[in-house]
Design a protein around this ligand. Sequence first.
Ligand SMILES: [Zn+2]
Length: 342
Amino acid sequence: MVLAGPPGAGKYTLALMVAQAANCTGAAEMASRENGGLPDFCGVCPNCVRTAAAAPLRARFDEAVAAREELREVDKKETRILIQTHPDVLVIPPDPPQLLIKLGQVRRVIHEIYRFPAEARRAFYIFTSTGFMKEAANSLLKVLEEPPEFASIILLAENPGELLPTIRSRTSLFHLGALPLAEIEALLAARRADWKPAQRSLVARLSDGAAGRALGFPLETYLASRQDALILLRGAVDAGDHSTLFRMTETYRAGADGQEKMSGLNRALMSILEDLLMVRAGTPALIRNIDLASELARMADGLTLEWIEAAAHGVHRLETGMRRNLLRNLSLDAFAGQLAAK
Ligand SMILES: [Zn+2]
């Protein structure tokens, strides 16, 4: 089966829950009576606990990569990154450095999948990405044609269109949609009590209905990027203070840190421009940066739709410039100049 949805929608969480529900030996029966007969899991039996140990995907992945680094050179080449915290649940992440699913990983799945589960009722093979090397995808097709009755293959897809049509036609597709704003806010109230209500409300709007994205939202980094984005836009709108602008663009340097900072700034710029568009379009209730509502209303007042569109194109040019490795502060100064000239 394919579980499709944007980053943070809960694809991996759901895949592990399905594996737990299929194999729980604990209070499953009682729990399913309580929730109207739906399959459920206890979370405390050995099958549940060992499956759940794979949940912190990033940490498990880093451990597997570190373990491979320890190996001798010859063995390193032969070793593919796999995560297995339960003998019958195998998680297959994209293999670095190319971050694609490789033939060796699919071969391991083929090798294991016809083996009857050791401790579970059903074995699970969870591919966390749809980025396959060509031979790997072809090889996977063969298993999808004749999967054993006691095993399930789950593919997690941000964009199911990336899968080979032949793979898609052999799987059933489930979309994980966006959660309503109120549900994300309730989730944040329960799990991120460290944030103030106004901050939770902002994050809920910025995470596009994706629970995982909301829970792990880098709020401080976003607010810092947004501060810089506002300096750029204010400078253009009120012909503001240029020394503040140049002091800010000066901090965008070369290297990996600069690249991340620049991506953050681009995202913040786009989110403000989208909000300005909402205000101009007469639907201010849809803005996401709600804590800036009055400033956005003031800003949008003097702007045309064409200006907002041109600014959005400017942000795309910044992104292209980043890929071509142009000097970041100069690109930003040029962008500010274009904004002011309109
Ligand atoms: Zn259980």
